[in-house]
Design a protein around this ligand. Sequence first.
Ligand SMILES: *Cc1c(COP(=O)(O)O)cnc(C)c1O
Length: 391
Amino acid sequence: MNNSITIEESKRIKELPPYLFVKIDNMKNEALKKGMDLIDLGIGDPDQETPSFIIKAFEEAIKNGKHHHYPSNYGLIDLRIAISQWYKERFQVNLNPENEILPLIGSKEGIGHIPLAFVNPGDIVLVPNPAYPVYQAATTLAGGQSYDIPLLEENGFLPNLDNIDPFILKKSKMLFLNYPNNPTGAVANKEYFEKVVKFAKRNNIIVCHDAAYTEIYFDQQKPLSFLEIEEAKEVGIEFHSFSKTYCMTGWRIGFAVGNSKIIKGLAKVKSNLDSGVFQAIQMSAIAALKKSHDFVNNLCKIYQERRDIIVDGLNKLNWETKKPKATFYIWIKVPPGYTSSELCKTLIEKIGIITTPGIGFGRHGEGYIRAALTVDKNRLQEAIIRLGNMQ
Ligand SMILES: *Cc1c(COP(=O)(O)O)cnc(C)c1O
């Protein structure tokens, strides 16, 4: 007799796209079992440790009992003030710490929850493709429909907002953007962001700009905040992360800033689902914002050196690749004769190099693979040697 209940996943779970990266993980484990010496350019997780002055701030904060309790839903006011000061200095943008800033348990958490605040079942969310997979997943989980807007090389990997079907636009509630971009490494300029603001106003669309990589840039060309654009705060918010800038991926802290109504909606969702960020971590984030100038400068130098090793090396081997102006990703064209998944498989099995297939970021990512610059330069030089020997 079978007494067990039928356990069926919800439709919204079933609608989530298959997580392609699991396959890569399996291949990686196979290669490890065989004892291969792997060079892992797969995941976007910095190889450096969190700087010691941030750890010190944490050690001090955790000893203070007042930080051991539930944090407030809007986060520590001192953190919100530090964020507003950092924003003013870095982007010349004014933010009100009372209602335009919201700390998050990592920016992924905020991105994951924002559609729940504004998207009704059947509403459309415009999602770039290829992209960080969370935009689409969050839309699906909220019951929305995601509509792919392709990022093509001929448009500088910026979505063309002029040729979206008016019928789609009418049902569109939200637009996700991400510059500097993961996975393509593309950067958006002021002109483009101005177009986005006009587009959003004309079509009544909320803009959610994921700015996780604004501090990882090269050649002194500082990427913009979307909020630097006039009237941007009327249409959108921006997500920031401490993960990449301060090598704090495991700490789980980020923040959203911008339009107070949008911030309020996100805060409502969060107050019903989570209890905010551990205050000792918020105290560490304050230290990160205030004292990281030299650390981040140096980090960018490290990534730039790595970028040049990989891109110059690839170009010498006749792999067509451009140097990104920001992010720690290289978006590499797949040579003829392979799909992106086939190339990733070959690179793991033959030479022990792990990359991510473009198709994992959406169908318009096919034809590319992504390499993350998160291993030291000697290993990158070794990767280029192995590639040269494979040909
Ligand atoms: C890494 C990453 C994030 C997530 O950052 P967390 O703050 O660690 O959640 C968000 N967006 C993009 C594009 C990323 O690459």
